[in-house]
Design a protein around this ligand. Structure first.
Ligand code: NAP
Length: 403
């Protein structure tokens, strides 16, 4: 922390979701943090996870008084409560996301918190045809054409900057994470009805075990993707809590790029890349269909690559991601998914990373498939094979997308 900051109270909205499970264990382990106060709507017992510093309160970010009551002593506020997916009216989504975030910032200002840490998203850049590959933080955040989430992320960045400009406290830290992978990637997002939950949990725990017995061809959109592992996004949040760098915006993504074809290969199937142009057109068309629920707008993500440059977070925040993108994907497949964040993990069996492809005679399996299924592939030098660009920060030539 800057200077000799100690004895910190950190307030966290939405600690029971994906990013909550990435950050709270780090706060628990940090000697400079004395107390963590968390607020979300569901019943939750921090002691079940050994989270001894956390006082948990049930409350809604749409209720300013609940926030002020909970966060009266906060030195730093981390605002994670947000609606990403699920079924809710547009009005309800907006009141949680836009209203709730402004309530949280104003509560932080009212209690004179030193810092307000908020994960925006790569989606804040929108999915515009002129977005370059390797966007730096200087590239403008602009509302997406359709996706409510991306529109609200862009709007909120502008609103929060305007609020923060009014006074010195709290200093505003905006992270822009890529898609977060890891065992808690489902977090508090849309869940299945009660009677289907046990089945869903069983399926999730087998995600990493799923491999087709023989490689079957599957059509895939040739979209380059960035990921970040939940452990690494937690570290980035902690660096902001600790003011390890100046306030401002930071892109957060693992090194390397993964495609839908890579994911298909990881599951033991053969990707058949679709032509990029028609796939891009179809994604825009689906996202723009009238009368569909807001969740359908997520199709817009496939309409243009959103690839960020993360140099600033590394140089100014001192953030060092442990997982590359392909390692984050493999770790997620290896560990399976925890679908119920309100019940402690029971210790899932660790599974091997070898797909059935490795059991076939090598003369029957093209190199590219076994390469992709080999856990060490992501450490190969850049340019040596078709997989070499996992360690690059840019999209390889011939990926088919116009930047
Ligand atoms: N996960 C990603 O891939 C990703 C990537 C980039 C940015 N981000 C950003 O990171 C933040 C956290 O995302 P996440 O993935 O952790 O989400 P999540 O798993 O859906 O968790 C959301 C958290 O917010 C709480 N919450 C939702 N509505 C609330 C309300 N009205 N009042 C109080 N608490 C509420 C939820 O608990 P209850 O439901 O019990 O209230 C839960 O604790 C979001 O701003 C998200 O946009 C996430």
């Amino acid at each position: 922390m800057p200077g000799d900051e100690r004895d910190l109270t950190v307030a966290v909205t939405g600690p029971t979701g994906t990013l909550g499970f990435s950050l709270i264990p780090l706060l628990e382990a940090d000697d400079r943090v004395t107390q963590v106060v968390g607020i979300a709507r569901r019943a939750f017992d921090p002691a079940a996870y050994g989270w001894s510093k956390m006082e948990y309160r049930r409350g809604d970010v749409r209720d300013p008084k609940a926030l002020l009551d909970a966060f009266g002593n906060a030195d730093v506020m981390v605002h994670l409560a947000f609606f990403l997916t699920g079924a809710a009216s547009r009005e309800a989504i907006r009141s949680i996301n836009v209203g709730g975030t402004l309530n949280a910032f104003r509560a932080a200002a009212a209690v004179a918190a030193r810092r307000f840490v908020y994960p925006s998203s790569v989606a804040a850049y929108g999915f515009h045809p002129d977005n370059p590959v390797g966007m730096t933080e200087e590239w403008p955040v602009r509302p997406a054409a359709q996706l409510f989430y991306a529109q609200q992320k862009a709007e909120l960045e502008h609103l929060l900057r305007a609020e923060a400009a009014r006074s010195a406290r709290p200093a505003l830290y905006l992270l822009r994470p890529a898609t977060v992978l890891g065992p808690h990637m489902v977090g508090a997002k849309a869940r299945l009805p009660g009677h289907l939950a046990p089945l869903a949990r069983r399926v999730a725990r087998r995600v990493g075990r799923f491999r087709v017995p023989v490689p079957v061809p599957v059509p895939v959109v040739p979209l380059p993707l960035q990921f970040v592992h939940e452990e690494d996004v937690g570290q980035a949040l902690l660096q902001c809590v600790a003011a390890a760098g100046p306030p401002g915006a930071y892109n957060i993504a693992a090194d390397g790029i993964v495609t839908a074809a890579d994911i298909t290969r990881e599951l033991g199937m053969i990707p058949l890349p679709l032509p990029a142009g028609p796939a891009q057109f179809a994604a825009r068309a689906v996202a723009a269909l009238p009368f569909l629920p807001p969740v359908a707008e997520w199709a817009e993500v496939a309409s243009h690559p959103a690839i960020m440059d993360t140099t600033r977070a590394k140089q100014e925040l001192g953030w060092i991601p442990r997982f590359t993108a392909i390692e984050a994907l493999r770790d997620t497949l290896r560990q399976g998914l925890e679908l119920d964040p309100t019940s402690p993990r029971t210790g899932l069996p660790l599974r091997g990373n070898r797909s059935p492809l490795h059991m076939l005679p090598s003369c029957l399996v093209p190199d590219i498939l076994t390469d992709a299924a080999d856990v060490t592939a992501c450490r190969r030098p850049v340019g040596g094979t078709s997989e070499g660009w996992h360690t690059r920060r840019s999209v390889p030539p011939g990926h088919g997308w116009t930047a």
